[in-house]
Design a protein around this ligand. Structure first.
Ligand code: ADP
Ligand code: MG
Length: 697
C-alpha cells in the first residue's frame, strides 16, 4: 500500500474501525440507529464510547470535544480531557456513553438570535452518528448538533439534518410510485469546490486590514493583475505545492476525499475539491478543510485567505456546491436513465428542482448572502444576484417539446412523450460550457455557483433539500391520488415547465441584457444582503420550513436576526479598521513623504536657486490636497459610524444604514487613499502593496 492509501481515514472512527472494535451486537445496533435515525440506547452508547476512547488513546489523544457548527459559520469546540481521578494519586482515562451522546457547553456567547435568554444560557450538543468521530491534534472530535434546552437549533447542522430527512421522506414516496421497492433511504450528495488565496505570512502581519477583516481595505492595483490569465491552471509554486501536499495528507487522514487542486484565475488564488459524499458529511468536511487550510498555511509561512474579496480589482473567491440526490442503492436520481421509465423518473426529479428553485429563489439567494459575498455577486466575476437555472440546449429543447407536445429533434419525428422515449446522454462537456450561470445542470447534478468562499455549505443544502422536498411532496400527493399514473405524470411535468420556465436561462448570466430580461420575467434581483434577508421571514417560507419540520418560525426569525447582525458587525469592524489605518499609518506616511519632498525643494533651491522643482512642487500640492480630502473622508466615516449607534435594536434598519451610509463612506476614503498611493514612492508606503501580496510568494 502506498502512503496515500495507507494513511486514508487513519484518524477516523469509521465503519471499519467500529466493526473491528465493537461487539457484533453493539455494532449492529449502532448501524440500525444510524440508518433509522433513532435515539441511541444508553448501553450501546456506553459500549461505543469505551471503544472510541481506547482507539483515541492509542492514537495519542488526551482530550475529547463535541465539535459543532454554531451560527458564526465556523466550528466550535470545548476540550475536556479523558482524565478521571482513581484515588489520591492516580488517574485513569474515562469517557462515558452520556459524554459521547450529549454535551453541555456554556454557550451564552454564541449568537442565538434571542432563542436563549441568559438564564438558560446553556445549550446542549448531541452526537450526530451519521458523521464519524475523528482525531484532530490530540483531541477526539465528536461531530454534534447544537440546540437550546427547549430544542431549538442553534447551529447550521441541525436544520441540514432535518432537511435531509425531509427530502428523504418525499423522494421515497416518489420512488415507490415508480415501483422502486429497493431503496430504503435517499440522501443528497454534495461536492464543494473551494477557492482561496495564499499570501506571505510576514506581509500579511504588516496589514491590519488583512489581520482584522480578512480583506484589504486599501491598496491600488499593481501594473499587472490577472489580465494575462497566466496563473489559471499554471505550474504550482514550490511553497504552495508543499502546502497542498501537507493539506492533502492531513485531509486524507481525516477521511476527506481531497481530489483536485489547481491554480485559479487570480494571482495567488487556488482551488481545492474533494470527491462528493452525503450532504452532512460534505458540510463537516468542508468546514474541516477550511480550518486545516488556515492552520497548515501558517506552517509554511503563508496565510490562507478565505474572504470572498481580499483584493479589489482582482477576482474574488467563491465556492461551487455540486448537488445531487441519490438512493442508498447507489442510484443518482439526477442521472438521465437508459429506459423510458427511468427517464420519466429523471424528468420528474429534474422538474422538482426547477420548480423548487423558482418558487424559492429568495431562499437560495439568502444562502449566499454575506457582507463579503456582496462584493462579488453581479460584479462580472461571479453570477449576478439573480437566481436562474442553466440546463443546456439539448435538455432545454426536450423540455420545450414536452411542454408544447411537439416533436423533438430529428429523431423519428415523433411527439415527445414522457415515459415513452429515452433521453440522449448528456455528456458533461456539452452541458457545462456556460460558467456564468448561478445554478447549472452539469450532466448528472446541479452546480450552485453563488456561494462565497467562506460560506458554510450547510445553508444552501438545507434550502435546496427543503425546497425540492416540497416539490416532490406536491407531485407525490397528485400521483397518489391519481387513477392514471402516466397521464398525471405527463401533466405534472408539462405544468411545471409551463409555470416555471422563466427560471431557465442558457445565455450569458454576466451580461446587462440578462438583468433586464430577468426583470421582465419577474425574477428577483436581490442585490445585497439587506435586500434579501427580509425574504427569510415571508409567510410562504415559514410555511415551507414548518411543513417539512426543518425550521420553526422562531428559529427562522433567529437566523434572520443573526445574519443581519453579522452583516452590520462585519461592516463596522471594517470601517473602524479603515479609520484606524488611515489615521495612524497612511496619513502620517503621506505627510512624511510630502515633508521629504518639501525638504528636497528647500535643499535644491539652496544649492541651485534656479533649479527646476516642478516635479516636487506639483506632488506636494496634489498630495497635500488629497490628504486634506482624505481627512474629510475619515471625518465623514467616523460620523457615519457614530450615527449607526442609534436604533441598534432594529437589525434590518441598522444593516440598511451600514449599506447605504457606512459602505459608501468607506469606498470614498479608499479611493482617495489609493490615489495617493499611486503617486508616492514605495519607501514611504507603510504596508506591503498589492504587487508584493499577489506576486510575492
Ligand atoms: P468543475 O471544476 O468542472 O466544476 P470539479 O471536478 O472541480 O469540476 O468538481 C466537481 C465536483 O462535483 C467534485 O467535487 C465532484 O465530486 C462533484 N460531483 C460529481 N458528481 C456528483 C454528484 N452526483 N453529487 C454531488 N457532487 C458531485
Ligand atoms: Mg465547478
Amino acid at each position: 500500500m502506498n502512503t496515500m492509501t495507507s494513511m486514508f481515514g487513519t484518524h477516523v472512527f469509521n465503519d471499519t474501525v467500529m466493526r473491528e472494535r465493537l461487539t457484533k451486537e453493539t455494532y449492529q445496533q449502532l448501524r440500525k440507529t444510524i440508518k433509522e435515525n433513532q435515539r441511541l440506547n444508553p448501553t450501546v452508547a456506553d459500549a461505543v464510547a469505551a471503544a472510541m476512547k481506547d482507539w483515541a488513546l492509542e492514537k495519542g489523544a488526551t482530550h475529547f470535544t463535541h465539535w459543532f457548527q454554531p451560527m458564526t459559520g465556523i466550528t466550535a469546540e470545548k476540550h475536556d480531557s479523558f482524565i478521571s481521578p482513581l484515588d489520591d494519586s492516580r488517574v485513569i482515562p474515562e469517557f462515558s456513553g452520556s459524554e459521547l451522546v450529549q454535551g453541555e457547553p456554556d454557550a451564552s456567547s454564541f449568537p442565538s438570535g434571542g432563542l436563549r435568554t441568559t438564564f438558560e444560557a446553556r445549550g446542549y450538543t448531541a452526537w450526530d452518528p451519521t458523521s464519524y468521530a475523528f482525531i484532530k491534534g490530540k483531541t477526539l472530535c465528536i461531530p454534534t448538533a447544537f440546540c437550546s434546552y427547549s430544542g431549538e437549533a442553534l447551529d447550521k447542522k441541525t436544520p441540514l439534518l432535518r432537511s435531509m430527512e425531509a427530502i428523504n421522506r418525499q423522494a421515497l414516496r416518489i420512488l415507490k410510485l415508480f415501483g422502486d421497492e429497493e431503496a430504503i433511504s435517499v440522501k443528497t450528495t454534495v461536492g464543494p469546490e473551494q477557492e482561496y488565496f495564499l499570501v506571505d505570512k510576514d506581509m500579511f502581519l504588516k496589514r491590519p486590514d488583512l489581520i482584522y477583516t480578512g480583506r484589504t481595505l486599501f491598496g491600488a492595483k499593481p501594473p499587472k493583475g490577472q489580465e494575462l490569465d497566466d496563473h489559471y491552471f499554471g505550474t504550482i509554486k514550490t511553497r504552495v505545492a508543499r502546502f497542498m501536499d501537507e493539506l492533502n495528507q492531513e485531509l486524507w487522514k481525516l477521511g476527506v476525499l481531497a481530489k483536485t487542486q489547481h491554480n485559479e484565475v487570480a494571482p495567488a488564488q487556488h482551488e481545492q475539491a474533494p470527491i462528493f459524499t452525503t450532504a452532512n458529511i460534505a458540510t463537516d468536511h468542508n468546514q474541516l478543510t477550511m480550518e486545516l487550510m488556515q492552520r497548515i498555511a501558517k506552517k509554511h509561512g503563508l496565510v490562507c485567505l478565505l474572504h470572498e474579496k481580499p483584493f479589489a480589482g482582482v477576482n474574488g473567491s467563491g465556492k461551487h456546491n455540486n448537488w445531487s440526490i441519490s438512493t442508498d442503492t447507489g442510484k443518482n436520481l439526477l442521472e438521465p436513465g437508459d429506459t423510458p421509465h427511468e427517464n420519466a423518473q429523471f424528468l420528474l426529479f429534474l422538474c422538482a428542482v426547477i420548480k423548487a428553485v423558482d418558487d424559492y429563489q429568495d431562499l437560495i439567494r439568502i444562502a449566499a448572502a454575506s457582507a463579503g459575498n456582496d462584493h462579488r455577486l453581479g460584479a462580472n466575476e461571479a453570477p449576478p444576484a439573480i437566481v436562474s437555472i442553466y440546463l443546456g440546449e439539448q435538455l432545454s429543447e426536450i423540455l420545450q417539446a414536452i411542454e408544447k407536445g411537439e416533436e423533438y429533434g430529428c429523431r423519428e419525428q415523433e411527439i415527445w412523450k414522457v415515459g415513452v422515449h429515452t433521453l440522449p446522454r448528456f455528456p458533461k462537456d456539452a452541458t457545462d460550457r456556460n460558467r456564468t450561470s448561478p445554478f447549472a445542470f452539469t450532466g448528472n447534478r446541479f452546480e450552485f455557483r453563488m456561494l462565497g468562499s467562506s460560506d458554510s455549505i450547510a445553508c444552501i443544502n438545507m434550502m435546496l433539500n427543503t425546497a425540492v422536498a416540497e416539490s416532490l411532496c406536491q407531485y407525490a400527493d397528485a400521483l397518489e391520488d391519481s387513477d392514471d399514473f402516466s397521464e398525471t405524470l405527463n401533466q405534472l411535468i408539462r405544468a411545471t415547465i409551463k409555470e416555471h420556465k422563466r427560471i431557465l436561462f442558457n445565455g450569458n448570466g454576466y451580461g446587462e441584457e440578462w438583468i433586464r430580461e430577468a426583470g421582465k420575467r419577474g425574477l428577483l434581483n436581490l442585490k445585497t444582503t439587506p435586500d434579501c434577508l427580509p425574504y427569510y421571514t415571508k409567510e410562504k417560507n415559514i410555511q415551507l420550513f414548518e411543513k417539512h419540520k426543518v425550521l420553526t418560525e422562531k428559529e427562522i426569525y433567529a437566523r434572520y436576526e443573526i445574519l443581519l447582525d453579522t452583516y452590520s458587525k462585519t461592516l463596522n469592524i471594517e470601517a473602524v479598521t479603515m479609520t484606524d489605518m488611515a489615521k495612524k499609518d497612511l496619513l502620517p506616511a503621506y505627510t512624511a513623504y510630502v515633508r521629504e519632498l518639501s525638504d528636497t525643494v528647500i535643499a535644491k533651491k539652496a544649492a541651485v536657486p534656479e533649479a527646476d522643482c516642478r516635479y516636487e512642487e506639483e506632488l506636494i500640492r496634489t498630495i497635500s490636497g488629497l490628504c486634506g480630502c482624505m481627512y474629510q473622508n475619515i471625518r465623514q466615516l467616523e460620523d457615519a459610524l457614530m450615527n449607526a449607534e442609534q436604533g441598534k435594536d432594529d437589525e434590518l434598519r441598522t444593516a440598511i444604514y451600514y449599506r447605504n451610509i457606512v459602505l459608501p463612506a468607506m469606498n470614498e476614503l479608499r479611493i482617495t487613499a489609493d490615489e495617493i498611493e499611486n503617486m508616492m514612492d514605495r519607501k514611504h508606503y507603510p504596508y506591503p502593496g498589492y504587487g508584493k501580496l499577489l506576486f510575492g510568494i
